[in-house]
Design a protein around this ligand. Structure first.
Ligand code: ZN
Length: 333
């Protein structure tokens, strides 16, 4: 019976939300330094593509991260759409105050799920980072902004290897107690694989059933979109992606990092999963980004084009999602 074969599809989320991280996570890992004008043009282009969430920049020490030195000016001059969340990263209280002054809608804190990675990243223990996150949370929520938390190296640490799921859940629980609106699970160095993604997400949903999970996939070893599908299959409906796929792996020069926005949107639309994003528009943003960076971006859809059957508009498929063979044929073939 054909209907039996449709069951797995029916259990997928009908719609997902994609946070665009290119302007921060992407550009921060690029050698080319964009001007403020160029960043504003990129973000305005992304705002017009139907994205609902854009990571604009970070309020870190400009000497440490020169790519992000002009984040306040970018915030002041982009065309803000009322239905888009424009977020910023704050590494400490000082950065949080700057992010609030810049009127960021959401402010993200980062915390590693491994001590070694946290030390190498921010030179603090996890306990110290948690104490600081608590201070930041109070400031952010006091200002009426969304407090957002990202856990790094959830699926493996380049220094320590495997990261215990229990530790990830303990940290998530503490961040939720501080008021985190969602927990982003970061595959910072591309060590996740589909089975692990499902194990972590299912364990998370069991411990914290009402807390939204957002997956920040990386593709250092090519498993980025496979991990997105794995998360989707266990009900995750929030994902991070980077326009053009910019932002390599911070621990492996030359290896890919962030999963490409237009590739992710294309896959979802082929599957009949809505994103609210206009595919031709994000492809146009990726093309203009190539001009700004002066090199090709890693994304694939920009090269292959939108599949013909999706049509030029690249809208999600609503028809022809019937399986082409029934279960009996699958078994016998
Ligand atoms: Zn990333």
């Amino acid at each position: 019976m054909r209907s039996a074969n449709r069951l797995p599809l029916a259990t997928l989320p009908a719609r997902v939300s994609i946070r665009e991280v290119g302007p921060r996570d992407g550009l921060q890992n690029e050698d080319v330094l964009l001007t403020t004008e160029q960043k504003i043009a990129l973000i305005n282009c992304l705002s017009d593509s139907g994205l609902q969430y854009i990571e604009v920049g970070s309020f870190v020490n400009p000497r440490a991260v020169p790519q992000m030195a002009d984040t306040a000016e970018v915030f002041a001059r982009i065309e803000r759409h009322p239905n888009i969340v424009y977020s910023a990263i704050a590494p400490n209280v000082r950065g949080t105050e700057r992010a609030i002054a810049a009127n960021a809608d959401a402010i993200q804190v980062f915390l590693s799920a491994s001590e070694s990675h946290n030390h190498s990243n921010v030179n603090m223990s996890i306990a110290q980072s948690l104490a600081q996150a608590s201070e930041i949370a109070q400031l952010v929520r006091g200002a009426g902004k969304m407090f957002d938390a990202v856990l790094s190296v959830v699926f493996g640490c380049p220094f320590e290897g495997e990261v215990p799921i229990e530790r990830v859940l303990d940290l998530a629980e503490q961040l939720v107690a501080m008021g985190a609106a969602q927990i982003t699970l970061g595959d910072t160095t591309g060590m996740a694989h589909p089975r692990l993604v499902q194990e972590v997400c299912l364990a998370f949903a069991e411990r914290l059933p009402n807390v939204p999970i957002r997956l920040h996939p990386h593709s250092a070893r090519g498993a980025g979109l496979a991990n997105v599908l794995a998360a989707l299959q266990v009900g995750v409906d929030r994902f991070d992606a980077s326009i053009g796929g910019i932002g390599g792996c911070p621990f492996a020069p030359g290896a890919p990092g962030n999963v490409c926005t237009e590739d992710m949107v294309h896959m979802f639309h082929e599957m009949g999963v809505a994103t609210g994003i206009k595919l031709p528009n994000v492809i146009a943003c990726a093309r203009s980004l190539e001009q700004l960076l002066g090199h090709e971006v890693p994304g694939q859809t920009i090269k292959a084009g939108i599949c013909g059957h999706l049509g030029e508009s690249g809208e999600p498929r609503t028809q022809n999602l019937e399986p082409r063979v029934d279960a009996g044929e699958l078994v016998s073939s």
